[in-house]
Design a protein around this ligand. Structure first.
Ligand code: MN3
Length: 251
């Protein structure tokens, strides 16, 4: 048992340094790792701590797409709970505080279910808050990201239809994703519970650009059973500049 803990510590501490010693940059290491084995998750170029960042807008800023009460409860109760429980699990299972959430997710199969649920929950929500902004009409991406979406899905409208379908057909609780697959292509998919494409045990693997929370706690106060209405309204508050910045960071 103790040996496993030491091995995990050793790996987490030296994963990226090991690549540096081999003369491989983190970005190149990412492609190297992802091409080595389909079991390996995609290594993220960004790093997220285990702490919640302040919400980048007021609780009522996304009205009337997401109501203020839902935002407040979602951020201060649900998401805060994932961060707290992640830190508890990390302390109990010997994960150094310098580890990023992404590094942990890349090898989440080595840890407890509590770690999986809460590391996933923390990452997913931190990404979710950043990927929204106050509502805009004709809220579309532009430039490089728009070109990439058009190329991958034939049109932006088709992309939105396929993404909405992934979100509405996820049975029970989970997330819909736009992500960059290991072969660098843009993909749409969904994951159950708080799983995400960075997890080594996920059925879909890649670098998430955009995620939509379809747990009932994300929409039930305002939309009740009408998940499809929540999804179609949500496009008005997507922060495409943020999505573009993640796309740039990955490349
Ligand atoms: Mn949620």
């Amino acid at each position: 048992m103790e040996k496993n803990v030491i091995n995990r510590r050793h790996f987490l501490g030296t994963g990226f340094r090991g690549l540096a010693i081999m003369g491989i940059s983190a970005a190149a290491g990412s492609s190297l790792l992802s091409s080595c084995s389909s079991r390996k998750a995609v290594v993220s170029p960004t790093g997220m701590s285990f702490d919640q960042k302040p919400l980048p807008y007021a609780y009522n800023a996304l009205e009337d797409v997401i109501d203020a009460t839902t935002m407040e409860i979602h951020y201060t109760k649900h998401a805060a709970g994932y961060a707290k429980n992640l830190k508890e699990a990390a302390a109990a299972e010997g994960v150094p505080t310098t580890t990023t959430t992404e590094q942990l997710l890349n090898q989440i199969s080595k840890y407890s279910t509590k770690m999986r649920n809460n590391a996933g929950g923390h990452f997913n929500h931190e990404l979710f808050w950043q990927s929204m902004r106050p509502k805009r009409n004709n809220n579309n991406p532009d430039g490089e990201l728009m070109n990439a979406l058009n190329a991958a899905f034939n049109s932006f409208e088709t992309f939105k239809l396929q993404f909405a379908n992934a979100a509405s057909s996820r049975f029970g609780s989970g997330w819909a994703w736009l992500y960059v697959a290991p072969d660098k292509s843009l993909k749409i998919g969904s994951t159950p519970n708080q799983d995400n494409p960075l997890m080594d045990l996920s059925d879909i693997k890649g670098y998430p650009l955009l995620g939509l929370d379809v747990w009932e706690h994300a929409y039930y106060l305002k939309y009740q059973n009408k998940r499809a209405d929540y999804i179609s309204n949500w496009w008005q508050v997507v922060n495409w500049d943020f999505v573009q910045s993640r796309y740039n960071a990955f490349k």
